[in-house]
Design a protein around this ligand. Structure first.
Ligand code: SF4
Length: 294
């Protein structure tokens, strides 16, 4: 990886581990979610074109053969449509072997663009959008300051897919705490069924020091579900989702039990596995607390 002018910390989805990371925006334009500490040290801005150009020139010299580029930070789709189109054109010219460009997107970034603008951006080569759905429950989204209601999240997800993007969404198990475990599972299953994303990743809540949520936990206002409660939540979610051909991953470092499959064919087997684990947890190796996140 060339020494680009990164404003750290830098985050990317696990599936972009081998991509060239090009930072075109700094931070997250929302930066308010109660559970998230990713960009707390940064003030959101779109980088100046002169700064982006320096990085592209440097990266093109050292990584001319890059096939994948991930646009950081938290929601590069917040860029103007004209800026994004200019950027994509420049990238495909500078990297002749480039196959795909991807970025995180917030629901409002998608909703703020017209269907026509999204289609233009897709055709210019932005292929995958990573959208943090977190929960399908209205009260949980409100308590977590996500900034949108479930119906807006559904609209954003459907709009991205209609424009031709591959949509990868993440959900956070445990986000309703013990109190709203069932509502979180059922409403998230409903929301995911309506979006019908191409990829679904489940993470398990790990409180981040200094966040609003961590303070609520310390004050006893939010109770973290235990490992078996989380697995029961995942089972309930899987039992109630109808997705057409979704690649499912629950093998993030935060998860207690690695699970993966293609939901159209593996959903029943995943539910049976979870049923067995819940009946006989001692027979399975759940990740111990001290190894989570590693
Ligand atoms: S939108 Fe994403 S990056 Fe921004 S604060 Fe929320 S979880 Fe963090």
């Amino acid at each position: 990886m060339p020494e680009l002018n990164y404003d750290l910390p830098l985050f990317r989805p696990p599936s972009e581990a081998y991509s060239l990371i090009l930072q075109v925006t700094i931070g997250c334009s929302h930066n308010a979610c109660a559970f998230c500490g990713m960009y707390k040290t940064k003030k959101f801005r779109v980088k100046e074109w002169s700064e982006i150009e320096v990085d592209i020139t440097l990266a093109a010299r050292e990584m001319r053969h890059a096939r994948r580029i991930f646009l950081a930070d938290g929601n590069a789709l917040a860029m103007s449509t004209s800026g994004m189109l200019h950027l994509l054109g420049r990238l495909y010219r500078a990297f002749p072997f480039l196959e795909r460009v991807s970025a995180y997107a917030g629901p409002k970034d998608i909703l703020n663009k017209s269907g026509e603008e999204l289609r233009e951006i897709r055709q210019a080569g932005l292929e995958i959008l990573y959208l943090g759905v977190e929960s399908g429950n209205e009260e949980i989204l409100r308590q977590m300051y996500k900034g949108v209601a479930p119906e807006e999240m559904i609209e954003a997800g459907q709009k991205a897919i209609q424009a031709g993007f591959k949509l990868s969404v993440t959900v956070i198990n445990g986000l309703g705490g013990r109190a709203m475990l069932r509502e979180h599972a059922l409403d998230t299953a409903r929301l995911l069924s309506q979006i019908d994303p191409h990829y679904l990743g489940l993470l398990t809540l790990m409180p981040v020091p200094g966040t609003v949520l961590e303070k609520r936990i310390t004050r006893g206002e939010f109770e973290l579900p235990g490992p078996l409660e989380i697995l029961a939540e995942i089972k309930l979610m899987l039992e109630n989702m109808q997705l057409s051909n979704c690649i499912f991953r629950c093998n993030h470092a935060s998860n207690y039990l690695p699970l993966k499959g293609t939901l159209s064919k593996d959903q029943a087997a995943l539910v049976t596995l979870l049923e067995n684990v819940l009946k006989n947890p001692a027979q399975y190796r759940l990740k111990p607390e001290f190894l989570r996140g590693l």
